[in-house]
Design a protein around this ligand. Structure first.
Ligand SMILES: NC(=O)c1ccc[n+]([C@@H]2O[C@H](COP(=O)([O-])OP(=O)(O)OC[C@H]3O[C@@H](n4cnc5c(N)ncnc54)[C@H](O)[C@@H]3O)[C@@H](O)[C@H]2O)c1
Ligand SMILES: N[C@@H](CCCCN[C@@H](CCC(=O)O)C(=O)O)C(=O)O
Length: 398
């Protein structure tokens, strides 16, 4: 018997709730909370009130509000699918109530576009002492890409040396410009300075200035740009044999042109400005005028390909493998009414929660995904809609 409290009711949460609701033996009571209660009510109605027991309004920026809610619901696990800004208050509330915690994105302060694990890793001793667990980054990237890396290291190599994570959305939603998950978080992420790890140090590149044209399975060749992505930080820590680790994401010319104009005119800035006597943050305003990512799902064609190239040594020989998933936007829409970016994040959140609740992945402390045995997670990916493939190949990078 287990109870889960899911915080957030956006695109990702909608997928996670629907997937959890199909596994009553693991998630027999689901509770939903978000800032806007009407979104929780709509999701509860869609899923069925027998599965989502109750909904609540909560401001998860307030640890006190989340603590009071956890005390009321008494869940075994809190799944944080709100925004990265809420990670620390929710972790504080989990500590205060001795409740397990899971999220899909690492903490970033609202007023500085910077994400790193230091803030959440700082909870390690307190979580251990309280006998509770936090699982960080149980989405696709971070999340599945960390598990792919651990799986490659466990089953294919004696030592891993080079890692390239690639994220391609080869879909078409028909809009001039839209992001596939929370626009504010997404745009903060992709406009940052690029960063990769090489020979023991982090190297920086101007934003989206390094490009490779990569051939993606069942999609074709797409321009891919080097970016910093949060899983690089934990993976290089937990696999010290890595000589280099990089992350690449595809962007079309139309997307980049829109982004350039928006940046050029200051619309992606997070510095508040005075607008008719009111302080507004341009990026928050931009979010308000862009399409809601959830609304892109209907009619979305094409698919994603996200995967991990790993090069290393096995029995004295160097080799490269690619582990990847293809996810079709229309298949996700048919199954759960979502697009593939929400789906590829929402399913791994459900899987991480399931493995914590059935104690397959459970130990007190604060952990990243690659620190657990990857096999049960990889099995569940195949069972729950994110089938993966492994191919032996040449490294596609120059
Ligand atoms: N790891 C991955 O692969 C990956 C990929 C995409 C998104 N994500 C993460 O998933 C999370 C959810 O993304 P999404 O696209 O569903 O976003 P969304 O904007 O659609 O949904 C966020 C939800 O959080 C709620 N929320 C915001 N502030 C809140 C507060 N103070 N208190 C309570 N609720 C609050 C919103 O009302 C909304 O329901 C984000 O953290 C995002 O960074 C991870
Ligand atoms: N899994 C990704 C999701 C974002 C996909 C971003 N790619 C852009 C490309 C858009 C385009 O080129 O038209 C997208 O919004 O899909 C993550 O972790 O951040």
């Amino acid at each position: 018997m287990s109870k889960v409290l899911i915080i957030g009711a956006g695109g990702v949460a909608s997928v996670t709730v629907k997937k959890c609701a199909r596994l009553p033996e693991l998630f027999d009571e689901i509770y939903l909370a978000s800032r806007t209660i009407s979104k929780c009510e709509a999701l509860q109605k869609e899923v069925g009130i027998d599965r989502v027991k109750a909904v609540f309004a909560v401001d998860a920026d307030s640890a006190a509000q989340v603590t009071a809610l956890i005390q009321k619901v008494q869940p075994d696990l809190v799944v944080n699918l709100a925004l990265p800004y809420q990670d620390l208050p929710i972790m504080d509330a989990c500590l205060a109530t001795k409740t397990d915690y899971l999220d899909t994105a690492n903490y970033e302060p609202k007023d500085v576009a910077k994400f790193e694990y230091s803030w959440q890793w700082a909870y390690q001793d307190r979580f251990k002492e309280a006998g509770i667990m936090a699982l960080l980054g149980s989405g696709f990237d971070p999340g599945v890409t960390n598990v792919y890396t651990a799986y490659a290291a466990k089953h294919y190599f004696d030592e891993i040396h080079y890692l390239d994570i690639v994220d391609c959305n080869g879909g078409d939603h028909g809009q001039a410009f839209a992001t596939n998950f929370n626009p504010e978080i997404n745009i903060r992420e992709i406009t940052q300075v690029g960063k990769y790890f090489e020979n023991g140090e982090w190297k920086e590149t101007p934003p989206l200035s390094v490009r490779e044209d990569l051939d993606y399975q069942n999609i074709g060749v797409r321009a891919s740009y080097l970016m910093f992505h949060e899983e690089l930080e934990s993976i290089v820590k937990h696999f010290p044999s890595l000589k280099r680790a990089r992350f690449w994401m595809t962007f079309g010319d139309a997307y980049l042109n829109h982004l350039k104009v928006l940046e050029g005119i200051g619309m992606t800035s997070i510095t508040p400005i005075d607008f008719q006597g009111q302080q507004i943050v341009p990026l928050e305003f931009l979010k308000a005028v862009l399409p809601n990512p959830g609304s892109l799902a209907q009619g979305y064609t094409g698919q994603t390909c996200i995967g991990t190239y790993v090069t290393g040594i096995k029995d004295g020989q160097e080799k490269t493998i690619f582990i990847y998933n293809n996810c079709s936007h229309s298949a996700c829409y048919e199954e759960v009414g979502a697009q593939a970016v929400s789906y590829t994040t929402g399913v791994p959140a459900m899987i991480g929660a399931a493995l914590m609740l059935n104690k397959t992945w459970h130990k007190p402390g604060v952990w990243n995904m690659e620190q657990f045995d990857p096999d049960p997670f990889m099995d569940m990916l195949n069972e729950h809609g994110l089938a993966w493939h492994v191919i032996k190949c040449e490294s596609p990078f120059k």
